[in-house]
Design a protein around this ligand. Structure first.
Ligand code: FMN
Length: 271
């Protein structure tokens, strides 16, 4: 993206809506508000995918995407074009309501179809925003899940937003939402226009190390070949972006401990 003039093409933002209420949902309406704020700054082209309408059945857990390749997914006719859309977008937004203090089954199921992208991430430099909508609470775990997922796919998660839909009739809350959507719009645009790779948070660094440990033990697999071709098997992170020395040292130390535990069979059952 050309940061000098904001780019001549509208920014293409792909949005996945995880509410079964589609365009009626607050999840959608709040993201439309972010869209409107972004459009005030720079031309944008938002594309909304209502996950309910994609027709994706429950992931059957065959793991073909991970072990054979994404093309082997029984639902590849649906998943493949969605992956192409994500590839082509300048930015991604993942939005989920909060149902029983978790993300909706719809968005969880959608993310399961992209499990392979956690093993073979590719969205480096792609900026993402994640949102969660509850009537009251449960935002943290949903935002953590969505951020962790987008980040494991390679995205830089620019920011996150949690909305309390029961408050949306109150003028004081609406004012705050207005201010925060303006801030998010500016941040999202600035980060996309900068076009720089983001420095990973510690969690992303540890996720990289865990995937690295796992992939090193999968010689001959599609994941191993993917990692080998990118020189990731002995790397400190997927990209050459600068990482704080403390985070790098801690991640390396924990990864070595994890490797030793796995080798010696010292892994404990979780209680
Ligand atoms: C099955 C179900 C479970 C819900 N669980 C919670 C919950 O755990 N916490 C909460 O604050 N709201 C909960 N809600 C309320 C929704 O989060 C709220 O209605 C929200 O606006 C839905 O988002 P949407 O408008 O984007 O569909 C639940 C709603 C449904 C239908």
């Amino acid at each position: 993206m050309d940061g000098s003039d904001g780019g001549s093409q509208p920014l293409h933002i792909l949005v996945f809506i995880g509410s079964p209420r589609n365009a009626e949902s607050w999840t959608y309406k709040i993201i439309r508000q972010i869209e409107a704020r972004m459009a005030e700054i720079q031309p944008v082209d938002f594309e909304y995918v209502f996950i309910l309408d994609t027709g994706l059945p429950f992931c059957d857990g065959c793991l073909s995407c991970v072990n054979v390749g994404e093309h082997a997914c029984p639902q590849f006719t649906i998943v493949g074009p969605l992956a192409e859309k994500m590839d082509a977008a300048d930015g991604l937004i993942l939005g989920s309501p909060i149902h029983t203090f978790a993300m909706t089954g719809l968005i969880k199921n959608f993310c399961e179809y992209f499990m392979y992208k956690r093993n073979r991430p590719s969205f480096f430099g792609k900026k993402a925003v994640v949102t969660a909508t509850a009537s009251g609470g449960g935002h943290t775990q949903v935002l953590d899940f969505l951020e962790g997922t987008a980040s494991a796919w390679g995205c830089d998660v620019v920011t996150r937003l949690g909305i309390s839909s029961t408050q949306l009739k109150k003028p004081r809350y609406l004012e705050k939402v207005d201010a925060v959507t303006r801030e998010i719009a500016q941040l999202f645009i600035d980060e996309i226009n900068k076009g720089e790779l983001g420095s990973p948070k510690f969690g992303a660094l540890m996720n990289f190390r865990a995937m690295q440990n796992m992939t090193r033990n999968q010689k001959g697999s599609v994941n191993y070949r993917y990692w080998q071709a990118r020189d990731w098997l002995d790397a400190e992170y997927y990209t050459k972006v600068s990482i704080s020395p403390w985070a790098r040292m801690m991640a390396g130390y924990i990864a070595r401990k994890m490797r030793r535990s796995i080798r010696k069979g010292n892994v404990q059952p979780y209680r």
